[in-house]
Design a protein around this ligand. Structure first.
Ligand code: GUN
Length: 287
């Protein structure tokens, strides 16, 4: 028997850099016609991880020639104050996309805030209209992390039609929309979650595994079917301060045909896809 081929490590950093360069070119061509694609970023409270995400988004946007309007609000902001800001951004003709960084501090109701966004500016793809259109197979804005995962699958030429895809995690941000995207691409999709009876058994049958649970290395390497493609959305910090994914990487890489590393896999794609959505919003609204 032939020795197994080493797994391809899917280089999300490189794919994201390429996408950001495409976005920058599109943003520059809008600028040449007098349109500055503009993203409003709303950050409430002082969650340190959210502050880092927002800083990274702002930097990447500016590098891609996308203007950013930062709105930093204190954790004491009321629902009514936040609603008033969303209303103002919805009406502002200069703002193409609105990103409300999640999670919002308690007791703010994120559902209500997202539902108040103008769907034409919902570059995060989380508004009920965006998710409804995605469910109907006519997506407008696709949520950024799932969109990044699909691009990485495309990068390694994944044959999705007829493939068995297992999605672990059913969050609104990742699990649910990626299950819809995979279904729209004609995969046979199984959604797994904390109540799944035999997670190992489900993963063992999968040609494509998407892990998005946020639990360090919970997907064991020996669950991976030889030749499967593994996309690891998890970014978890261990007690020793090391970043690991939701998949036991080294062992899984012994069996997978292709796998995303953590960090440097899915992570960099999210921001690139957000900028792509923002320039698409600018083009649709003002192009
Ligand atoms: N928090 C973590 N990831 C995301 C994301 O993709 N969008 C928003 N709005 N908040 C997040």
């Amino acid at each position: 028997m032939d020795a197994p081929q080493p797994a391809i490590f899917i280089d999300g950093k490189a794919v994201a850099a390429r996408l950001r360069a495409e976005v920058a070119a599109a943003a520059m061509s809008l600028r040449a016609r007098g349109v500055a694609a503009t993203l409003a970023v709303v950050l409430v409270g002082d969650d340190p991880a959210s502050a880092v995400y927002v800083r990274n988004k702002t930097r990447a946007a500016r590098e891609a020639s996308v203007d950013v309007r930062d709105h930093k609000l204190p954790a004491t902001t009321t629902q009514a104050e936040l609603a008033a800001l969303i209303d103002q951004l919805n009406r502002d003709p200069v703002v193409d996309g609105i990103l409300v960084q999640l999670p919002l501090p308690a007791p703010l109701d994120a559902e209500a805030v997202i539902a108040a966004l103008d769907p034409a500016k919902d570059v995060d793809g989380l508004h009920p209209t965006s998710l409804g259109l995605l469910a109907r197979g006519r997506p407008s804005f696709v949520p950024c992390t799932p969109s990044g995962c699909m691009r990485l699958l495309g990068e390694v030429g994944a044959e999705l039609a007829g493939a068995r895809a297992v999605v672990i995690g059913r969050s609104l941000l990742v699990g649910k929309p990626i299950a819809l995207l995979l279904g729209n691409a004609n995969a046979t999709v199984t959604m797994c979650h904390s109540r799944t009876r035999d997670l190992a058994g489900e993963v063992r049958r999968a040609d494509v595994v998407i892990a998005a649970v946020g639990r360090p290395e919970m997907v064991r390497g020996d669950w991976i079917q030889p030749g499967a493609i593994v996309i690891d959305v998890g970014i978890n910090r261990t007690a020793d301060g090391v970043l690991v994914g939701d998949v036991e990487f080294a062992a899984a890489a012994q069996r997978a045909r292709a796998i995303t590393p953590v960090p440097g896999g899915v992570g960099p794609m999210t921001i690139a896809c957000l900028l792509d959505n923002t320039v698409a919003a600018a083009r649709r609204r003002r192009g």
